[in-house]
Design a protein around this ligand. Structure first.
Ligand code: PHE
Length: 413
């Protein structure tokens, strides 16, 4: 791989305490079982869950049953399927070597059809009927936000591999993630546009039905304008939309240097195709939500030369990554693993490691062990869980070339 041109180091990002969810629900306390009273987590507010959510029954399973709730079908199906592949691979490797507590890790997956409104039923089923020890999921921040209050109320540790909106882990002290958050990611892409591409005028096209897209828009805009850049147009759409010509026509009239599209791959691909048809030639910028083999199928030529931020690059020469990529391709076919697979693989290993350190299939102890995670070596980087239960990790910037995102640079937090 070529030498990465390092962007300037970023300072750590602090979480905004003004998150709508938390603010709106402050004063709502978790039941005893959903809180460890751990001093490190004091001050966290617990979001409301459906009133019928009871503390989970103590764990008595013979195996270590972990629940994945994900989008295995629908407009973001590759998110859930890749995550599931990564977790299966991790669990099989761990079970073959040295499973925690001498018990096998067992995965139960539930599909939410890429629909936020289906999440509560699916998560309640995993907790109440399958009595899972812990939850892995979701990818999409809006869907993690639908699940987190339930997991918190039930006292079931939840680890999102890849939801990047800050609000997710603010729901409570049982909610963790193994990825960076969007104040960082949005800043990475704004700085890339300003400093590397030397762009001055940006247009933004936001999915307003998506917490991730709205958050990323905010953080990108803040950094762009702070550095003296201009936002010349802000347009919106909603997940599932197919026709973006009205918004793109307005953007065209403002003649931006770059167009930031912080959405998911299906809409992003369609937006790019329609933008080129309308004669828009600008470089497009995006975030991790672009990451899918389907992006290239849908967006094809229209996205060539665009850039997006992500959690890792499958081209890395790090021996851990090389080994993971080879094993994944052997098991699941020719495509290199996308970031969802990689970060879910890491989340599965990290959870297993926490169960081992907890020393018992006890959800409160596992929560404490997750919170204490330091310097965990994953394929997506070294993961230390901070006081807000987020991972602090570098991001990579990838350039769309042919049918892949080609590595451009790494940005450290
Ligand atoms: N970060 C996105 C979100 O929070 C989800 C995502 C992660 C999508 C990684 C693709 C790759 O909604």
């Amino acid at each position: 791989m070529h030498q990465p041109a390092q962007l300037p180091l970023f300072s750590r990002f602090t979480l905004l305490s003004t998150a709508v969810l938390v603010g709106a629900l402050s004063g709502c306390k978790a039941p005893e079982t959903a809180s460890t009273g751990n001093a490190a987590t004091a001050g966290n507010t617990v979001a409301a869950a459906p009133a019928n959510v009871a503390p989970a029954k103590p764990y008595t399973g013979e195996n270590l049953v972990i629940g994945l709730y994900g989008s295995l079908t629908g407009s973001t199906a590759t998110f859930g399927l890749s995550s599931q592949n990564g977790i299966k691979m991790a669990f099989d490797e761990i079970n073959a070597k040295n499973p925690p507590l001498g018990k096998k890790l067992e995965l139960i997956s539930e599909d939410n059809g890429s629909k936020t409104e289906q999440v509560p039923a699916v998560v309640l089923k995993l907790i109440n009927q399958k009595n899972v020890l812990a939850l892995l999921g979701e990818v999409a921040s809006s869907r993690s936000l639908a699940a987190a209050p339930i997991a918190q109320r039930a006292g079931v540790p939840m680890v999102s591999p890849s939801s990047t909106n800050p609000k997710v882990t603010q729901v409570g002290d049982y909610i963790f993630r193994t990825c960076f958050i969007d104040p960082f990611q949005g800043t990475v892409m704004a700085r890339f546009g300003r400093e590397t591409l030397k762009a001055q005028k940006a247009a933004i096209l936001t999915d307003v039905a998506n917490d991730y897209s709205k958050g990323l828009t905010q953080y990108f805009r803040e950094e762009w304008t702070k550095s003296g850049g201009k936002i010349v147009s802000e347009q919106s759409y909603s997940e599932g939309d197919k026709d973006f010509q009205a918004q793109l026509t307005k953007i065209k009239g403002t003649d931006p240097d770059v167009i930031f599209i912080p959405g998911y791959y299906t809409e992003v691909g369609n937006i790019a195709v329609q933008a080129r048809r309308l004669g828009l030639k600008q470089v497009m910028l995006g975030g991790d939500g672009w990451d899918s083999p389907k992006l290239y199928e849908i967006g094809g030529k229209a996205l060539q030369g665009s850039y997006f931020s992500n959690h890792y690059s499958a081209e890395s020469k790090d021996p851990k990554v090389v080994k993971f990529v080879a094993a994944y391709k052997k098991r699941f076919g020719a495509n290199p693993p996308d970031a969802l697979a990689a970060v879910a693989y890491d989340a599965a290993y990290l959870l297993s490691d926490a169960i081992r350190r907890a020393g018992a299939a006890d959800r409160a102890k596992i929560r404490d062990a997750l919170a204490a995670t330091k310097n965990f070596e994953g394929v997506t980087g070294t993961i230390s869980i901070d006081e807000n239960r987020n991972a602090v990790k570098p991001a990579v910037v990838l350039k769309v070339q042919g049918n892949q995102g080609v590595y451009v640079t790494t940005v450290k937090p």
